[in-house]
Design a protein around this ligand. Structure first.
Ligand code: IMP
Ligand code: MG
Length: 198
């Protein structure tokens, strides 16, 4: 991991979650949200940029009326580095006061980003607040944050794909893979070879 941090020479490693597994799970979560929020017109807030593909797939399977909005939060992390300093880069376009809100996240790691967002939304007096994340790294949690809908739990490795990046790359992968240091190849690869078949 340290080598990866310093060298930035990375490649796609093991595929942890395939495209098919993601598709199935996203449908299940959409069904659950549709049942839980019938007649409530929830606002789904996608946390950019990591949550954008998840939101796009999720809403296409949600069968109840709902709205979407986007927020961009910068958490001062450079690649792998964790930080607790968080700032809003792009705020919501509408008031969420007295609304049922669901935050749609790509991954919850330390919990600092979510905790910040939850406090901000509570201050704006939402009616209810739940969190939906595709991936959860519970072993890395530094702040306790309730997560209501979880796609998959992942171990403490750096993952990319399906919206999640390493220095803005690899968001386009249709699967979730572990990022590893490229011991042989000095160039970063955009997509894996064996993994590409998945
Ligand atoms: P937290 O504040 O530590 O929970 O971090 C959440 C944010 O860190 C996510 O929204 C991601 O942008 C990023 N992040 C955490 N772990 C990973 C990872 O394994 N791959 C890609 N991004 C990650
Ligand atoms: Mg990122």
């Amino acid at each position: 991991m340290d080598q990866v941090r310093k060298g930035r020479a990375v490649q796609i490693g093991r595929v942890l979650i395939t495209r098919e597994e993601i598709e199935t799970r996203v449908r299940e979560i959409a069904d659950q949200i549709s049942a839980d929020y019938a007649d409530r017109n929830p606002v789904l807030i996608s946390l950019l940029k990591g949550g954008f593909i998840f939101l796009a797939d999720l809403v296409r399977h949600i069968t109840i009326p709902h709205e979407v909005d986007f927020i961009t939060v910068h958490s001062y992390r450079d690649g792998f580095t964790r930080s607790e300093r968080i700032e809003i880069l792009n705020d919501l376009k509408r008031s969420v006061s007295d609304r049922d809100v669901i935050i749609i996240e790509g991954i919850v790691d330390t919990g600092h980003t979510l905790s910040f967002l939850e406090r901000m939304l509570e201050d704006r007096q939402v009616r209810s607040l739940r969190v939906c994340t595709l991936l959860d790294k519970p072993s890395c949690r530094e702040i306790k944050v309730p997560v209501d809908y979880v796609g998959f739990k992942v171990p403490d490795v750096f993952v990319v794909g399906y919206g999640l990046d390493f220095m803005e790359r690899f968001r386009n992968l249709a699967y979730i893979a572990e990022l590893t240091s490229a011991s042989a190849a000095p160039e970063e690869k955009e997509s894996g070879t064996a993994a590409e078949a998945k």
